[in-house]
Design a protein around this ligand. Structure first.
Ligand code: SF4
Length: 259
């Protein structure tokens, strides 16, 4: 379901660009593809990818960032790059600097499915992360035979919070349901509970959030950086130690891997 109207300057057809390369190893040590420049979710944590894009001239401003451009030759590039690799990556991440299933841009989701199919065809699994909605096609083992893993970012259940900090992203309840559907269909899933807000940003119960994603195989938990409101919270360290303990106990009780 598409919730977000494209911006007033958007064309009926999404703007595209061509690239010479796609697959790269990130500074974090894993292989990635980013087949769009920009992201309709427009997170205001702020988004590190947006800050970098603005610094290096890939996005003029916030409005420009929120009207992404698709890398039109992404599938051909990935296929050619994987064919050339004698030692193939174990796994490829979608994505580090954009969202593979972003709201309002089915062209991006469609390309994501093509890329996962290409990678799987080369025997390479994919790990995806979104604040959008997963399509059920991902459960199709005939098209996506590898052991892919699919995750969502989830730091609250409060829609007011989402509208303030992730204004273009999918509603939390729909996001969780789409992930659960893939889990129920036999796919591995995870939740990325990061950047978790400090109580001066929202007072909430972490246990209730974890309960909503208690079906996942893996949970990542992390604090909120790059924002003076969060970093200035008194006893930030004590707060995050306490929350990390809650996550640790939850994962241990449920047999969920904690990263
Ligand atoms: S979903 Fe990710 S890439 Fe998109 S704006 Fe939010 S943080 Fe940035």
């Amino acid at each position: 379901m598409l919730r977000r109207e494209r911006g007033a300057t958007s064309q009926a057809t999404m703007e595209t660009i061509e690239r010479k390369t796609l697959l790269y190893k990130s500074g974090l040590g894993f292989w990635c593809v980013n087949h769009a420049v920009g992201c309709s979710h427009g997170c205001k944590y702020p988004c590190y990818a947006y800050m970098m894009a603005k610094t290096y001239g890939r996005a003029k401003d916030y409005a420009d960032w929120c009207e992404p451009k698709l890398v039109a030759n992404a599938a051909e590039l990935l296929d050619a790059e994987l064919k050339r690799k004698r030692k193939k990556p174990e796994s490829i991440n979608l994505c580090l600097t954009t969202d593979p299933f972003m709201t309002g841009y089915p062209e991006v989701a469609s390309m994501s499915l093509r890329l996962i199919a290409v990678a799987n065809c080369h025997g390479v699994a994919c790990s995806t992360l979104t604040k959008g909605l997963y399509p059920m096609e991902l459960a199709d083992r005939s098209r996506f035979p590898s052991d892919n893993i699919h995750g969502i970012s989830l730091v609250s259940l409060d829609e007011g919070f989402r509208k303030r900090w992730e204004p273009g992203a999918s509603p939390y309840a729909e996001r969780i349901l789409a992930l659960k559907a893939l889990h129920d269909a036999g796919r591995a899933t995870y939740a990325h509970v990061e950047p978790y807000p400090t109580p001066n940003l929202i007072a909430q119960d972490l246990a209730a959030i974890l309960e909503e994603v208690g079906f996942v195989d893996r949970i990542y938990f992390g604090g909120w950086n790059y924002n003076a409101l969060a970093t200035g919270f008194p006893d930030r360290r004590g707060f995050y130690e306490c929350q990390a303990e809650i996550v640790g106990l939850f994962c241990a009780e449920r047999g969920i891997e904690l990263r």
